[in-house]
Write a protein of this length. Structure first.
Length: 388
């Protein structure tokens, strides 16, 4: 991995130390150029006309994204965000009163609140305990499966900590019991070598703006072709459905049924470029470097007096959650910002179940990507050491 070249293609590196990749990772120069080149063309000839002119390239963006996750292009829908993708997919499932959904304690607020809303329809939500190392307990998951269970929902990598949940093992359990499996890959697309066939998920949602380094305002929904016929998309739209007769319309047979007419061709093209960029760098190499950098950051933080690293699990991601004894997390974020370092904070509002067990209401979230360096880690730790 040519870190010098990758940093040259990431202009932000000249201005700040960016440890907020779990929030929004900067677009590489080729991705940015793809975005603005399309907008320039739209300015020259018009919105509908530019989209029609670029239709083959837009379709190629679906192919690039599909190749990144081991799916077929027809199994992908692009919507406004990962949250919208999850909501659309969940709403389409044939769940009835008395059915049960199994999930984990590490779920993101939007995911869990949408599950809670299903209780109004008589659907039960059961939270499977963790395994003592932060992730879902696979044995307890199997024990919780009975005739009422229809769906397993799992957040692969949570928003607030570096824990990596055993997505592939959960997929094997779901297949063995004939259950639908919905994976939230918001914090893993673009950093973890995702393959929907190996994971065994039936639905998956994610976002463009985080580790994949695409533009903001775009989410992805994967729908396995084998289950598409069993889903009832919640919102007919002129792009997604065909109004054939005055009292009848027809859904398309693929995941595009979840899309809307109003789309963002510039962002779609840039997303395709981001997928190709990640493929060129190599997902295995990306994952290894991110883990190495995060491991080094955790090690250096643990050497600071009064610092506490909260990440648990056998496998850890590029998200590092920590607190300092005498400085509130929000103040740490502000302090680092004064030194041109970007981090974020996670509060209990984003992951209430898990963070209740921690005994803290807020943590600093530093998230490193492959273009970051050990020298940047040292610089951040030095700032924190001086502050504390």
């Amino acid at each position: 991995m040519d870190i010098t070249k990758l940093r040259e293609e990431t202009p932000l590196c000249r201005n700040v130390i960016h440890f907020n990749n779990a929030g929004a990772s900067p677009m590489p120069q080729p991705v940015y150029e793809r975005l603005v080149t399309y907008l320039q063309r739209e300015k020259e000839i018009g919105g509908y006309e530019a989209e029609a002119e670029h239709r083959p390239e837009i379709e190629d963006a679906y192919r690039r994204l599909a190749a990144l996750v081991g799916a077929q292009p027809s199994e992908l829908a692009l919507v406004g965000s990962a949250s919208r993708a999850f909501q659309f997919g969940l709403s389409a499932l044939p769940l009835k009163p008395g059915h049960k959904i199994l999930t984990s304690r590490l779920e993101y607020a939007t995911v869990f609140m949408n599950l809670l809303q299903r209780r109004q329809a008589g659907i039960e939500i059961e939270v499977v305990p963790e395994d003592g190392q932060g992730a879902i307990d696979l044995e307890r998951l199997e024990q919780a499966i009975d005739s009422r269970v229809r769906l397993i929902v799992l957040t692969h990598i949570p928003t607030h900590t570096g824990t990596v949940q055993p997505a592939e093992a959960v997929g094997r359990i779901a297949r063995e019991h004939g259950l639908i499996y919905f994976l939230n890959a918001t914090q893993s697309l673009g950093v973890y070598p995702l393959n929907v066939e190996e994971i065994g998920c039936d639905l998956m949602c994610s976002t463009s703006r985080k580790w994949l380094r695409g533009p903001r305002g775009l989410g992805m929904l994967y729908v396995r072709s084998e289950i598409r016929a069993h889903l009832n998309p919640p919102f007919p739209d002129v792009r997604a459905a065909v109004w054939e007769e005055p009292h009848r319309f027809r859904w398309p047979p693929d995941a595009r049924a979840f899309e809307t007419w109003e789309s963002n061709p510039a962002a779609t093209l840039a997303l395709g470029e981001a997928a190709a960029y990640a493929q060129r760098v190599g997902l295995e190499a990306i994952w290894q470097r991110v883990q190495d950098l995060a491991r080094y950051l955790r090690q250096r933080l643990r050497e600071l007096p009064g610092a506490r690293v909260h990440d648990r699990g056998q496998t850890l991601s590029g998200i590092v959650a920590f607190t300092l004894e005498d400085i509130p997390p929000l103040r740490v974020k502000e302090l680092l910002k004064e030194h041109k370092v970007n981090v974020h904070t996670s509060t209990a509002r984003s992951a209430l179940l898990d963070m209740q067990d921690w005994g803290v209401s807020e943590v600093v979230r530093a998230s490193v990507h492959y273009f970051n360096t050990e020298e940047e880690v040292e610089a951040v730790v030095r700032i924190l050491a001086e502050a504390s």
